[in-house]
Ligand binder design. Structure first.
Ligand code: GRF
Length: 188
């Protein structure tokens, strides 16, 4: 059995889709949700689905030996970031080499980096009159949105596209693909 920890700070639509996707799997299990926001919707969603929740305060805690030992005691094999707003520190990356992935709501390397999250991304894409946007799933390194790309898929930007409509389209792509990509990676 491969055990996944999902790190998330927000609404948790991706986290919930991943939890549901693996609910009946005999080989992959979402064992833990880690969040830096106690009042985030994702925490409620995890609890509703009977997934253990671990709250963290800041980046320092993520690289503390206690936290890395905790993940090891929970037998975590793979870490999935789904809207997690803290930068992942080097020590945690070293403890999980090529075992931490992230999803970004645009076609990286464009529209990534610090401050490029949520509506800021879609706003910039529309402002620049891009013909398309999409999602990127990538390995995590010590810089925001810069690790090796695993999967990308795109959608067209319609005439008169709004931030809200684009966000919905992108979210639909995320919910369709993230769990499937995770499954493929873990079956390798
Ligand atoms: C998603 O758009 C994802 O691409 C980004 O953060 C957002 C999380 O949304 N990294 P949700 O909390 O899963 O609804």
């Amino acid at each position: 059995m491969k055990r996944i920890a999902i790190f998330a700070s927000g609404t948790g639509t991706n986290a919930e889709a991943i939890i549901k996707h693996f609910k009946k799997s005999d080989i992959i299990k979402v064992a833990l949700v880690v969040s830096n926001k106690a009042d985030a919707e994702v925490v409620l969603k995890a609890e509703t689905n009977n997934i253990k929740v671990e709250l963290v305060k800041d980046k320092n805690q993520l690289e503390a030996t206690e936290f890395i030992d905790f993940l090891s005691n929970e037998k975590i094999d793979f870490i999935v970031l789904a809207g997690f707003l803290l930068l992942i520190p080097a020590k945690l990356i070293e403890a999980f080499p090529n075992k931490i992935i992230n999803i970004h709501p645009a076609l990286l390397p464009k529209y990534g980096g610090k401050g490029m999250y949520g509506k800021h991304v879609h706003e910039a894409v529309i402002k620049n009159r891009e013909a398309e946007s999409g999602i990127t799933i990538h390995y995590v390194n010590e810089h925001f949105d810069e690790g090796e790309i695993i999967f990308k898929t795109s959608c067209a930007i319609d005439k008169g596209e709004t931030i809200e409509l684009l966000q919905k389209k992108i979210n639909a792509l995320e919910l369709e693909h993230y769990a499937k990509v995770i499954e493929k990676l873990l079956q390798k």
